[in-house]
Design a protein around this ligand. Structure first.
Ligand SMILES: [Zn+2]
Length: 148
């Protein structure tokens, strides 16, 4: 348990240690719980986090990430069967300048219904532009992923 910028465990690690949450699921490597009521984007909105501390998808141990995303799927399916959701929005922000609010990997799973009256998918577009002489970003990614 680590991760707080102030040297204290991060707030999700403290929550996991305290056991004080509105639990939706508790599994060996990942858990799901309700957010604070004033931050619920929709009835049934659920957070899914790994038990091991990591900041986000960029530094998560692959096993922890796999366990967490598998639970994201189970929570999402349960939203369709238990809550009547027709779909889900899964949100994650990882790392500086991403909008991440708590520096412990977490996925928001939000049930969606026809009567929501809102689109939870981001509507804004980045203002960043590569210089016109820069390589195509997808080609740069493909080269990076292909390795040396
Ligand atoms: Zn943590």
């Amino acid at each position: 348990m680590t991760g707080g910028a102030d040297g204290r465990p991060c707030i999700f690690c403290r929550l996991l240690a305290s056991g004080e949450a509105r639990w939706v699921a508790r599994e060996p490597d990942a858990v799901a719980f309700a957010p604070k009521p004033d931050s619920e984007l929709a009835p049934g909105h659920t957070l899914v986090v790994p038990l091991v501390h990591c900041v986000g998808v960029l530094d998560a141990p692959p096993d922890a990430l796999a366990a967490t995303t598998a639970l994201v799927q189970r929570v999402g399916v349960a939203m369709t069967t238990a809550l009547g959701a027709t779909g889900v929005v899964v949100l994650n922000a990882s790392g500086p300048h991403s909008g991440q609010s708590v520096a412990h990997l977490h996925f928001h799973v939000v049930p969606c219904r026809p009567e929501d009256g809102v689109t939870l998918w981001p509507q804004a577009r980045s203002g960043f532009r590569f210089p016109s002489d820069a390589p195509d970003p997808h080609e740069a990614l493909a080269r990076e992923l292909a390795g040396p």
